[in-house]
Design a binder for this molecule. Structure first.
Ligand code: AMP
Length: 399
């Protein structure tokens, strides 16, 4: 597999799959350009080498062909601003005569943005003919869209088959994601602690099962912890619980025992008399929550135990908040865990934070630059740690 930085793009046309699926307001203004900024190093390296760049992406979920709301033309002006004095052209269709003409007349140092790939149903279907048409637009394929790496779409996976192995590669953003994820998955230094939080056991069960094969410690927090605590016979009051997952929870605990993996559940919780920012709260053992009350955050004792585990770890994977961190009264657990992860990182641990809400949490507490890697690929990262092969990664690695 080719390393992006070692490739000289001089005089080549690089077709880059980016993730420009940015939020737009009613006036088509971009309200968060993080995803566009994240891929600038990849674009700039190619332009700096004297290559030309053809960008392709999806935007939103158009159901039936082109719609104004999901046109990538709304991104052109902002892209120009981000790139400085670079020519950015736009093709009103991602395939067809206009795209071919604009791609072939593109000069070194110039950028062409193609219209939304998902205006064609063939994109999500992974249609080969559509992928081949796209592939003809460039002579090198670069995948920089980790967020869609778990999809076997035409532009994220199928297209790679139309490029020789020395003409397809990850972009810098995707390379960073893959290197970090592989490090945790395949060469984690022990002790390896996985911190899994969030609302539901059912969403995280596959990741927990896979981590039972790899981690030394698994910390379980957030709403999902109460299903485990109830399964063990605790009283959880009105806390979140998936009654159809009680057996699953017991099986996980049993498997962990057999595999010598320590599962840490919160001994105490911050409980509330209603799910609201102005609820009355108190600290309480997590297995003795009175009826009418619910656990909305891990308690002080749990923060202490969890932090100790985190601080002795050499590798940390964090997905999902410890409580309802969106409300100030229930943010202490998530914030304390974020601080512990940051401290462990400063002492030499490798920490990977991924999944929408844990990323939002480290950003909220200004700790994103204090952890080793913040993954932008929510669903893709989750599937990777469930042990699945991601089509977007496999397609590039395939000879
Ligand atoms: P997830 O998307 O599964 O990672 O879940 C994240 C959501 O879980 C966040 O919006 C949190 O507010 C919510 N959450 C975390 N802890 C709890 C809890 N103890 N009770 C209810 N919701 C929770």
């Amino acid at each position: 597999m080719i390393s992006f930085n070692k490739y000289n793009f001089s005089n080549s046309k690089a077709l880059i799959r980016v993730d420009f699926n940015v939020p737009l307001d009613d006036q088509f203004n971009i309200t968060d350009d993080t995803r566009m900024k994240a891929t600038l190093p990849t674009i700039n390296k190619i332009l700096g080498d004297g290559g030309a760049v053809i960008l392709m992406s999806h935007l939103g979920r158009p159901k039936d062909g082109p719609v104004e709301k999901y046109s990538l033309k709304h991104l052109v002006v902002h892209l120009k601003n981000l790139l400085g004095s670079v020519n950015v052209a736009f093709a009103n269709d991602c395939i067809g005569a206009e795209a071919i003409e604009k791609a072939s007349s593109l000069k070194p140092g110039e950028v062409l943005l193609l219209e939304n790939l998902r205006f064609y149903k063939e994109e999500e279907k992974g249609d080969k003919t559509f992928a081949e048409k796209l592939s003809k637009l460039g002579d090198v394929y670069v995948n920089d869209a980790f967020g869609t790496a778990h999809r076997a779409h035409a532009s994220t996976a199928v297209i790679a088959d139309f490029f020789a192995s020395d003409n397809k590669m990850f972009g810098l953003l995707m390379e960073g994601e893959v290197i970090s994820a592989e490090k945790v998955m395949h060469s984690a230094e022990k002790p390896f602690t996985a911190i899994i939080g969030g609302a539901k056991v059912s969403d995280k069960i596959l990741i927990i099962e896979n981590l039972l094969e790899r981690a030394t410690d698994i910390i379980i927090g957030g709403g999902m912890a109460y299903t485990f605590i109830k399964a063990k016979g605790g009283n959880i009051g009105n806390s979140l619980c998936e009654d159809d997952r009680l057996q699953t929870a017991l099986e996980v605990l049993e498997k962990a025992k057999q595999k010598n993996v320590a599962i840490h559940l919160p001994e105490t919780s911050t409980i509330a008399d209603k799910f609201a920012a102005d609820a009355n709260t108190q600290d309480c053992p997590s297995d003795a929550i009175p009826s009418g009350w619910m656990g909305l955050d891990i308690g002080q004792k749990a923060v202490g135990v969890f932090s100790e585990v985190i601080l002795k770890s050499q590798t940390i994977l964090w997905n999902g908040p410890m409580g309802v961190f969106e409300m100030e009264k229930f943010q202490n657990g998530t914030k304390s865990i974020a601080l512990a992860v940051a401290e462990a990182t400063s002492k030499g641990a490798f920490s990977l934070v991924g999944g929408g809400d844990s990323v939002a949490a480290v950003n909220k507490f200004n700790l994103a630059d204090k952890v080793s890697y913040v993954s932008t690929g929510g669903g893709a990262m989750l599937e990777y740690f469930e042990g699945k092969e991601l089509p977007g990664i496999a397609a590039i690695k395939k000879a």
